[in-house]
Design a protein around this ligand. Structure first.
Ligand SMILES: CC(C)(COP(=O)(O)OP(=O)(O)OC[C@H]1O[C@@H](n2cnc3c(N)ncnc32)[C@H](O)[C@@H]1OP(=O)(O)O)[C@@H](O)C(=O)NCCC(=O)NCCS
Length: 136
């Protein structure tokens, strides 16, 4: 199985160039999968953590077509949380989901180190059907 060429980028932070467009691409992927595919409401999809969260985008190269996203939050400031992971239906089983989780973990590791923390905890609440994926 040939894995399509791709890259993973961190959406720039508040006030930085490109933020709005790239974050919207992450949002659009979430609506496509969680709302249209899985039937969750759009109101439940977006929450108070989105503004300050770190959004990560996986996109094809060279077309820059958005294909997957994941979100890093720190809800209580003490631990990190893995949320809003999606890969578009046509691009599943290419290990993009795994790559996004590993990218998230590395981002957290570096963020914790930069803050002088020797270790970091990541919480993840998952849908039941996807537990085998997270277990791997
Ligand atoms: C869950 C999701 C992100 C997985 O993305 P993906 O790119 O297809 O997953 P990967 O190809 O990286 O899979 C990694 C491993 O997990 C396994 N896996 C993936 N999805 C699985 C599933 N639903 N059930 C069991 N195993 C699964 C793969 O077979 C692979 O195993 P391998 O390494 O032994 O080959 C994707 O199915 C998705 O977007 N689902 C809809 C949104 C969703 O439910 N998100 C999670 C919310 S908690």
């Amino acid at each position: 199985m040939d894995v399509p060429a791709h890259e993973i980028i961190v959406v720039p932070g508040v006030g930085q160039p490109g933020r709005d467009e790239l974050r919207q691409q992450c949002y659009d992927l979430r609506v496509e999968v969680f709302h249209r595919e899985q039937g969750f409401s759009v109101e439940d999809e977006f929450d108070q953590y989105d503004e300050a969260a770190t959004h990560v985008l996986l996109r094809l190269t060279p077309s820059l077509t958005p294909v997957g996203t994941i979100r890093v939050t720190r809800p209580a400031g003490t631990y990190y949380k893995l949320t809003r992971l999606v890969v578009r239906k046509d691009y599943r089983r290419f290990r993009f989901g795994r790559e996004l989780v590993e990218f998230h973990r590395e981002w957290v590791r570096q963020d914790a180190r930069a803050a002088g923390q020797p270790e970091a905890r990541i919480h993840c609440h998952s849908q039941l059907y996807v537990r085998p994926f997270y277990a791997k």
